[in-house]
Design a binder for this molecule. Structure first.
Ligand code: C5P
Length: 229
């Protein structure tokens, strides 16, 4: 079993603030954070973060920053200004970029994205122009960069948790690609159930279409929380 209860985070992957806030109203306190990603942020901007904060909830800003260190530091400062209490940067941006993000974040939690959960080894090898025999090894390598830079945690699939916990034991793993055992995987290649991810040591779980795409999101969220115990 998990050492600590994994915190569920609901991904507000919507194109309008009205749709996102309607789900926040429906789900209320049944998750630890609401995730604002690039679709919603590009459509609705910082105002949607402030609205979620005013409703009494924490915001995880998942914009996966990846740029030169100075620009990422500025983006992180702007993210902190909006009221986000957790954010993502790509670990492949390198040590200097990760360190700049951590320095700019203050008490806001910086999570390093290792390898997107939609990647297979073949897809990653094609993108990086070299053979990738084992995604887990790449994730563990990037986890080491995140830990050395002082990040709070990292993003990886449930399948890489064991390797990450030994490569970077001080980091808090956040796991997307969560699915019910009887659910669709959509475009995610590396998926896991909530209870399996929590049992393998995930500190945070990103809950997306398994709840937002369910006919009854409130009932689906109840099922997630029941699975987490
Ligand atoms: O709907 P689904 O559960 O696939 O949602 C996954 C969410 O997690 C999306 O918002 C996606 O951007 C995010 N995410 C991911 N893989 C990562 C990091 C974030 O799927 N490595």
């Amino acid at each position: 079993m998990a050492e600590l209860k994994a915190v569920p985070i609901v991904a507000l992957d919507y194109g309008t603030a009205a749709d996102a806030l309607a789900l926040v109203r429906a789900l209320g306190d049944s998750c630890g954070f609401y995730k604002v990603g690039s679709e919603l942020f590009t459509a609705a901007g910082p105002a949607v973060i402030r609205a979620i904060r005013e409703m009494g909830h924490e915001v995880f800003l998942d914009l996966k920053f990846h740029d030169i260190p100075n620009t990422v530091a500025g983006a992180v400062r702007s993210a902190v200004e909006t009221g986000a209490s957790m954010l993502t940067v790509h670990a492949s941006g390198g040590s200097a970029m990760l360190k700049a993000a951590v320095d700019a974040a203050g008490s806001c939690r910086v999570m390093g994205v290792t390898v997107l959960t939609s990647f297979t080894a073949a897809g990653l090898g094609e993108a990086w122009g070299r053979e990738v025999p084992d995604v887990g090894r790449e994730v563990a390598r990037l986890a080491g960069l995140c830990e050395a830079a002082g990040a709070h945690g990292l993003v990886c699939s449930g399948h890489e948790l064991a390797g990450v916990r030994s490569a970077a034991p001080g980091l808090r793993p956040l796991v997307p690609g969560i699915r019910f055992a009887d659910g669709a995987t959509h475009d995610q290649a590396r998926v896991m159930t909530p209870e399996a991810a929590a049992g393998a040591g995930a500190a945070y779980l990103v809950i997306g279409r398994m709840v937002t795409g369910a006919p009854d999101p409130v009932a689906a969220m109840r099922r997630v929380n029941a699975a987490l115990g």
